[in-house]
Design a protein around this ligand. Structure first.
Ligand code: CA
Length: 222
């Protein structure tokens, strides 16, 4: 079962796509506006995002530019001009389909993308629950909202997310956070973790303090 986000404002088409995707055994979340679509898109690591080109508010192309190629995208467009298709693919979409489409063709495109992305996970993103971290863009998104972290908080979170379920000692964390000429003490680490937890909101509860040792982030790896 794959988690698919479907962003399409035409309810008939949206329902049709959702029905067929669910018959294939996938779980579908539907959004009908650009803003809602982007919010959902940023909220987790979807297996596939299906984006209609023309949407109220943000266009599918704008959303695609924000999320691809981190997330696999199938663009849906009523346009048939080659230049538009090129624009979509250059913005990072994996594939496209033009409306009106045949359902078997649509499903074949979906299967292809899911198969490809499974073969080569093209992502530098670290995710856990509602936390999504992009180390390349230096961005942390929690439940769809971008959080401003300090460099130290960012490094700490990255280390924890790369070691889900493992305890990281304060010494390990000190070495990670330590910059040139900056003395970091165990107390400093505690302060950074405190700040980090606060910024992560309810997701911050996942960071567990191991008395006298260090910290661990709880979760289940996919
Ligand atoms: Ca539309």
């Amino acid at each position: 079962m794959k988690e698919i986000l479907l962003v399409e404002d035409e309810s008939d088409i949206s329902r049709l796509m959702q029905l067929h995707l669910e018959r294939e055994g996938h779980r579908v979340t539907a959004a009908a506006t650009g803003e809602d679509g982007l919010k959902h898109a940023l909220s987790r690591a979807w297996d596939l995002v299906i984006l209609d080109w023309m949407l109220p508010g943000l266009s599918g192309l704008e959303i695609c530019r924000r999320i691809a190629p981190k997330l696999p995208v199938l663009m849906v467009t009523a346009r048939t001009e080659d230049s538009d298709i090129v624009l979509g693919l250059e913005s990072g979409a994996q594939d496209y389909i033009t409306k009106p489409f045949q359902v078997p063709v649509f499903l074949a495109r979906v299967r292809n993308i899911l198969r490809r992305s499974q073969a080569s996970p093209a992502s530098d993103a670290l995710t856990l629950g509602g936390i999504q971290m992009d180390e390349v863009r230096h961005e942390v998104v929690v439940a769809g909202e971008i959080k401003a972290l300090t460099v130290s908080e960012f490094r700490l979170l990255g280390a924890l997310l790369r070691n889900v379920g493992r305890v990281l000692t304060r010494n390990t964390l000190i070495q990670l956070v330590q910059g040139d000429g900056v003395a970091v003490t165990p107390r400093t680490i505690d302060t950074h973790v405190f700040g980090l937890r606060k910024k992560l909101g309810s997701e911050g509860d996942k960071i567990e303090s191991i008395r006298g040792v260090g910290y661990r982030i709880q979760g289940h790896e996919k």
